[in-house]
Design a protein. Structure first.
Ligand SMILES: Cc1ncc(COP(=O)(O)O)c(C=O)c1O
Ligand code: FES
Lengths: 157, 408
């Protein structure tokens, strides 16, 4: 029987006990992304080691469904301790695989998780014009659905 | 609403659950079940056949028809059994289009109808019919004046629900019916949520057609009924045998229909008492939840609402997260969040009531029923605030609102 409308145990586990949840106050990069499909939002904050270019800390905040929370949690686990270039290589497909799959209708939520990381890295380079971003950044960033954190849909009323 | 229920995602335990989703469906009452069983076994005769075994089925079928009819103030000949509430609504809308499409091609409905009404209307629009979707106010009320203004010479049908399934608001059906009657336009009401909860009398409501469904009133799923006033000629939606006086082909679901009849008998016997009790539980839920959770408000009309539905929007959180968290505690509830709808659209009901997309995300519906206890309600009131708080701590919207000083 097809049970592809259900969440895997792994997804539920990440929903129950999300990793790296929160917001880094003095973040080196902030990625605010919104889901054009259902109107959800994610904020990824990263701390980057200047010398080595590795992500030493990463946190997320997510307003969205169980899959959005679980994919945010998983993506932060996957990029923590990685170089910025390695982090850019983490795709939503990897996130989904690591979570034991997602219902098809929920795949778009994992895209948001990938984009959150890309947006945070992009923000880091915007704040550090002296550094040369990895070539993949440009191509990945062009798919970003950027949101203005202060102009999020409907003024949250 | 295309509400998605959390057990779609998670295997909840069947024991120890607190079921607060009676507007979605109910458990078949043991007495209903007992009445049905013989018709799945030894009393299996086809009601259209001639011999004794069959005649006994026919008698039970007709008794159920009498019961349904008398409960809503109709004559038994005015009741057609259908495969569900959705079929009854489809029958009215498509049947009217077939019957009256030559006379006019305009239909009036509201923006907050169930998809069982909205989707057949949209299907007719593709066939060249024109549909007016009346707006509602912040409480989800349709105004009779707006119905009067929307009526045209080519209007063939007005269809407005008696009570809304997401927010529980009760519509002014008798007034709207009077207006339609005066203008000689057929008037249908989807009473699927209303039957058993508030008085339903087809004459007092001035309706020509009325749809109901068994599984919302402790009857089985897959059984509905449509009241069609004498003189209203609707061509069948399902063509086939001569069952239901030629109004709906197909061998009758005898066990299901007998179950519907028994479910209505139970409403006659205990409905008023149940409703009083449920209204008290609903009020406790509303008070307990809105008092203990900040930035959470009741949706729908504060007084003119079904006795069993407590519905809210909880700001800065998303409904599926609330449902998953509740399910982990064995509590069954519903939401109109975009994230739980297959189309990823937020509840059309809340949007029509003027709620923003973001607020509609945090919608939560708790609908009580016969078997709920005060202890269960207290447990939900105790468990919900920390669930919402945990989700808010995860929400960037909450963090920003806090930075702006809007919340503490
Ligand atoms: C207002 C309303 N109309 C129609 C229906 C459809 O009834 P059924 O599930 O029997 O098709 C429902 C319930 O889902 C409902 O709440
Ligand atoms: S965030 Fe809306 S569906 Fe996942």
């Amino acid at each position: 029987m097809a049970v592809d409308f259900m969440y895997s145990e792994k997804v539920l586990e990440h929903f129950r006990n999300p990793r790296n949840m929160g917001e880094i106050e003095d973040a080196d990069g902030v990625g605010d992304v919104g889901n054009p499909k259902c109107g959800d939002m994610m904020r990824i904050t990263i701390k980057v080691d200047e010398a080595t270019g590795t992500i030493t800390d990463v946190k997320f905040k997510t307003f969205g469904c169980g899959a959005a929370i679980a994919t945010s949690s998983m993506v932060t686990e996957l990029v923590k301790g990685k170089s910025l270039q390695e982090a850019l290589a983490v795709s939503n497909k990897t996130v989904v695989e690591q979570l034991g799959g997602l219902p098809p209708v929920k795949l778009h939520c994992s895209v948001l998780a990938e984009q959150g990381i890309v947006a945070a890295i992009q923000d880091y380079y915007a704040k550090h014009p002296e550094k040369t971003p990895p070539p993949e950044l440009e191509s990945k960033a062009q798919y970003l659905e950027k949101v203005d954190p202060h102009g999020w849909p409907d003024g949250d009323q | 609403m295309q509400m998605m229920h959390v057990s779609d995602f998670v295997h909840g335990k069947t024991q120890d659950i607190i079921y607060l989703d009676h507007a979605a469906t109910t458990k078949v009452d043991p007495e209903v079940f007992e009445a049905m069983v013989p018709h799945l076994q030894e009393e299996y005769g086809n009601p259209s056949s001639l011999y004794g075994l069959a005649r006994r089925s026919r008698i039970k079928l007709e008794q159920a028809r009498e019961t349904v009819a008398s409960f809503i103030g109709a004559d038994a000949s005015e009741i057609v059994f259908t495969g569900c509430g959705t079929e009854a609504d489809n029958y009215v809308i498509k049947g009217t289009a077939l019957a009256k499409g030559e006379q006019g091609r305009h239909i009036i409905t509201s923006a907050i109808e169930h998809h069982a009404v909205l989707h057949p209307c949209q299907a007719l629009e593709k066939q060249g019919f024109e549909v007016t979707y009346l707006p509602v106010d912040e409480y989800g009320l349709v105004s009779p004046e707006q119905v009067a203004e929307a009526l045209r010479d080519d209007t063939i049908l007005v269809t407005i629900m008696y009570a809304n399934n997401e927010v529980g608001t009760i519509e002014p059906i008798a007034e709207i019916g009077a207006i339609c009657r005066e203008r000689g336009v057929w008037f249908h009401t989807d009473a699927v949520q209303a039957v058993g909860k508030i008085p339903v009398n087809v004459d007092e409501l001035n309706v020509d057609m009325l749809a109901l469904s068994a599984h919302k009133i402790y009857g089985p799923k897959g059984v509905g009924a449509l009241y069609v006033r004498k003189g209203v000629r609707l061509p069948p939606l399902i063509d086939g045998g001569a069952q239901e006086e030629g109004r709906r082909g197909g061998t009758e679901n005898v066990a299901g229909i007998v179950g519907l009849g028994k479910a209505i008998e139970l409403l006659q016997r205990r409905g008023e008492e149940d409703n009083r009790r449920e209204a008290a539980l609903r009020d406790r839920l509303i008070a307990g939840i809105t008092e203990s959770i900040s930035h959470c408000r009741l949706t729908g009309h504060p007084e003119q609402r079904l006795p069993n539905i407590a519905s809210f929007v909880v700001q800065y959180v998303e409904g599926e997260g609330i449902l998953l968290s509740l399910d982990m505690e064995g509590i069954c509830a519903s939401t109109g969040s975009a994230c739980t709808s297959a189309s990823l659209d937020p509840s059309h009901v809340l949007i029509a009531m003027g709620y923003s997309h973001t607020l509609a995300h945090g919608s939560l519906r708790l609908s009580v029923g016969r078997e709920n206890t005060e202890e269960e309600i207290e447990r939900v009131i105790e468990l919900l605030p920390p669930i919402v708080q945990r989700l808010r701590e995860m929400s960037p919207l909450w963090a920003d609102a806090r930075k702006r000083g809007e919340v503490t």
